[in-house]
Design a protein around this ligand. Sequence first.
Ligand code: SF4
Ligand code: URA
Length: 188
Amino acid sequence: MNWQELETQCKQCMACDLGATRKNLVFGVGNPEAEVLFIGEGPGEQEDLRGEPFVGRSGQLLDKYLAAIDLDRHKNIYIANMVKCRPPGNRDPKPEEQDVCLRWLTRQVKLMRPKIIVCLGRISAQRIIGKDFKVTREHGKFHEHNGILRMGTYHPAMLLRNPNLKPEALEDFLALRDKIKEVCERTY
Ligand code: SF4
Ligand code: URA
């Protein structure tokens, strides 16, 4: 199966309750041939309306951090979420919804074969990197697993609530830039 076929199949998914209330499924945005994959939590209201991840206020902030290290959501990275449909009222996705939906993300990762995965926020980092992941302690650190380097950083929504964390977030992105230069061939 290729990327387009996977996306078409995913967009018809009704495998959990979130399918019934979504306006648009948010499969992801960017270049599926990129070497760097960002993973958020799940769509919010704006994302549900537009069918694209990180297009609200957090997304605008994310785009600034990406631009600071010459990454562009439409060119040299891919951005996806753990859960593809918006949980009503912006509640956290339930563990069982995450379990079911992660099958799509797993297929995305298998097709993409990224060199680096960046988890945006605790929920994503705890699912993808490890259940005991502590963002405050481990943000910006790379963990290798099955030939993929994985790193967790603050969720941009967290940075909007706690602007004092922004310098640390910028350091994580600068560390990411260095790591990309070290292990990626086509990103810059
Ligand atoms: Fe399917 Fe995921 Fe949407 Fe649930 S959230 S309906 S599993 S795509
Ligand atoms: N927060 C997320 O985790 N993902 C989005 O797509 C938007 C906000």
